[in-house]
Design a protein around this ligand. Sequence first.
Ligand code: GH3
Ligand code: MG
Ligand code: MG
Ligand code: MG
Length: 312
Amino acid sequence: FVQDMSLPAMVAHILELQSSQNEEPYRVLIVDDSLTAHAMIRRALVEQGIQTQAISDPRLVIERMHEFQPDLLLLDMYMPDCTGVEAARIIRQHPEFLSIPIVYLSGETDLGLQVEALRLGGDHFLTKPFNPVILNAIVNSKIERYRTLRRSMYHDSLTGLLNHTTSKSHLDLMLEQCRTQQRPLCVAMLDLDHFKQVNDSYGHPIGDQIIRSLAWLLKQRVRQGDILGRYGGEEFILALPGASLAAGHAILEKIRQDFAAIRHPYGSGHFQLSFSCGIAAYPAIETSDQLIEAADQALYRAKRAGRNRIEC
Ligand code: GH3
Ligand code: MG
Ligand code: MG
Ligand code: MG
């Protein structure tokens, strides 16, 4: 679905995913033709630390959603040019907004019309004048669940890194961005060495801990805007925009040395472990599939050459 987004929206989306570890303030978009309503709703939400933006023209809703990346919409029913129900239907036609919570906040008290509005894409119906405590309770609980859902859709549960599918789709987007900006992009594939032996010798739970510790180390070393994903069981992908092959090599080489030096405690002693890495870079390599393929082949060469090394 990320494919359907505009470039700035995709970048905002990526930044949001990357930073979802440190919880950002909740964002609510208010769509209402009444400026008085804007002010009242904002006052109620801002007190709870929620960020808000408000628009009066529902025809601008998609554009504003791409810019602001809200976690929830508060939608008025009756506005000139376009009703809230029409706006909700348009929003639901965009795959990236299929599950965003839409809460109607309207003076409409007719139950039949409320039910119809919910049937056509809304999640909840509140009537004006609203109770600020109830509004906050609904907004907070819906956003909390929505963010949890998104995190589990895009992230790997063991490590919290991007999952395989999300890593790949983000790499596609990032490459297009680098192409436009004429910046290099270095892609690295990492694979733990002789990992089967770790499981066999120390047990699967210790194996899991090792995977998490490498994920943690990688997380410390990436910059905002880099892609870091768990590509497979004990395999990771890194994409470093702005990094040439040489720059990427230097970054990965430091990480390789630091990881290989870690003493993993076990019983009264410890064991050490390494990973192998293959890297490839744009513009020498043109497409994201080819970048992954080339990095994979370089990784294979690193394994063949004796492991605990990086090949280009
Ligand atoms: P090589 O150096 O050639 O990569 O050897 P290897 O043993 O790491 O490679 P292989 O692909 O044969 O085995 C990978 C092992 O990783 C197999 C599987 O049991 C283990 N593994 C994959 N995912 C997980 C996981 O989530 N947790 C644990 N504990 N082990 C995993
Ligand atoms: Mg109105
Ligand atoms: Mg493997
Ligand atoms: Mg391995």
